[in-house]
Design a protein around this ligand. Structure first.
Ligand code: SAM
Length: 457
């Protein structure tokens, strides 16, 4: 009897780093069951789209993509299995099968780890269509596998680790509590074991991921010497041998305690970068968003962080055109941006989301106004970012060399401790090293180091 050839799978990911991490864990689980990973859609027996629901545009993109794939496979490769995973799969469920009859699998955010099992059932002919968007106890600890080094083009020196799932904040604009469920945290020993394995396999930098990491373990792990569960986790990860750098995303200003600020002073591996979503500079809008902090509270956190680490790189998320946002509210966001001098910011035009309170609030802002505010804010952020990057020219910075630059693979790229990308001309032997580089030039949100003054000591 011949050996059955296992199907190959291609996963395309939309959205945030958590989605990237979920996709990698699913790929690793599939590989462990014998599935192969296809290098492209065209070569795959299974095509899975891991989706994002945060804005309507992200949903439309994934649906449009699946429509194109479905049209192609219907004509030329009808045996290909198509599936949706993740946030949009969770929020739309069965509706996706009704809309796209070529799709056979819909896997929600608490069921990623069941993907391999469901594909087996489809290939064995046990079931034709599967939709699973239920809740599952313990699913927060099911995203821990990483692809083996043999499946990677180069050994990764950075890694993401999901420490929790869900969000209980219920910001009025946000669909995440509905797509990701209630906050559920993994245990510290479980997370440590994953980080230890990664460090043993060569990871030097780990980014701890959660929708709201400042809420990590709040209900299960008591304060210790006034330190929150999240700070206790940082301390534990900090002890791991071989690990050089720790980052995390995203914290929430509401839960950003002094113990976390202090951690930046005490823990040398904690990189001097903070991504702290502000959303708006107007107290009126922050209240309507149900963010749970004021402009002043946000500014105080940034001040304390910069006192703890003067070189701190600070980035944020901002929404423009939230319902009821007036020109004056928007000007307060502009003034906050000038005051904080963010290194960079992700700007989002408010997108009404199904079943969220803001979607039905009075004062929805017309699209052209959102576009105009988006453009003005972008100009401001770019100018501030430009000045920050220019200031780095002539300075020596430490980078962790991650691999070839995406734009020009003959060059290498890495990031500074405050999370700025640096491109330089090096060689394979620099991969995975912590290097001190002198910055010679600043581009748009990129720094360049000169190989002639590489410190190779
Ligand atoms: N949990 C983090 C927080 O709220 O601080 C961020 C997670 S969210 C997936 C990433 C960003 O998307 C948010 O910070 C917000 O700026 C943006 N976002 C969320 N819902 C949005 C909506 N309905 N319209 C536009 N942008 C939105």
């Amino acid at each position: 009897m011949g050996v059955a050839i296992m199907p190959s799978v291609y996963i395309k990911t939309y959205g945030c780093q958590m989605n990237e991490r979920d996709s990698e864990a699913v790929a690793a689980q599939l590989a462990a069951k014998g599935y192969t990973l296809a290098p492209s859609e065209a070569a795959a027996d299974v095509i899975l789209l891991n989706t994002c629901s945060v804005r309507d545009m992200a949903e439309q993109k994934a649906i449009g993509k699946m429509q194109n794939i479905a049209a192609e496979v219907r004509k030329h490769r009808p045996s290909v299995v198509l599936g949706f995973m993740g946030c949009m799969a969770q929020s739309r469920g069965q509706q996706l099968l009704d809309q796209l009859p070529e799709v056979s699998l819909v896997v929600g955010t608490q069921k990623f780890h069941r993907t391999a099992e469901y594909l087996d059932e489809i290939f064995q002919g046990k079931r034709k269509k599967i939709v699973d968007v239920g809740t599952e106890a313990g699913s927060e600890a099911a995203i821990k596998e990483h692809l083996p080094l043999s499946q990677k083009p180069i050994a990764p020196v950075t890694a993401f680790v999901s420490i929790m799932q869900g969000c209980n904040q219920y910001c009025t604009f946000c669909i995440v509590p509905f797509t990701r469920g209630e906050e559920r945290s993994r245990t510290i020993p479980d997370i440590l074991e994953e980080c230890r394995q990664l460090a043993q396999n060569g990871a030097k930098e780990i980014t701890l991921l959660g929708q709201i990491v400042t809420s990590y373990g709040k209900r299960d792990i008591p304060l210790r010497e006034g330190r929150s569960a999240f700070v206790q986790l940082l301390e534990a990860v900090h002890e791991l041998e071989g690990l050089e750098r720790i980052r995390f995303t995203s914290p929430h200003p509401k839960g950003y305690g002094d113990d976390l600020v202090e951690a930046y002073r005490r823990l040398p591996k904690l990189c001097q970068s903070a991504h702290l979503p502000v959303q708006s500079g107007s107290d009126r809008i922050l209240k309507a968003m149900h963010r749970g902090y004021t402009r002043q509270r946000y500014l105080d956190i940034i001040k304390k962080l910069r006192q703890a680490q003067p070189g701190m790189g600070v980035t944020t998320d901002i929404i423009v055109g939230f319902p009821g946002e007036t020109e004056e509210d928007f000007c307060q966001t502009l003034s906050l941006v000038r005051e904080v001098e963010f290194d960079n910011a992700y700007i989002f035009k408010y997108s009404p989301r199904h079943d969220t309170p803001a979607a039905v609030m009075a004062g929805q802002v017309p699209q052209p106004v959102k576009e105009e505010r988006n453009a003005r804010l972008l100009t401001e952020i770019n100018a501030i970012g430009r000045a920050h990057y220019d200031q780095r020219v002539g300075q020596t910075v430490q980078i962790l060399v991650e691999g070839p630059s995406k734009k020009n693979p003959s060059r290498l790229t890495g990031r500074t401790r405050c999370n700025k990308i640096v491109v330089f001309e090096g060689s394979d032997r620099h991969h995975g090293q912590l290097l001190d580089l002198k910055i010679t030039r600043a581009g748009s949100f990129t720094l360049y180091g000169d190989p002639a003054i590489l410190n190779l000591a």
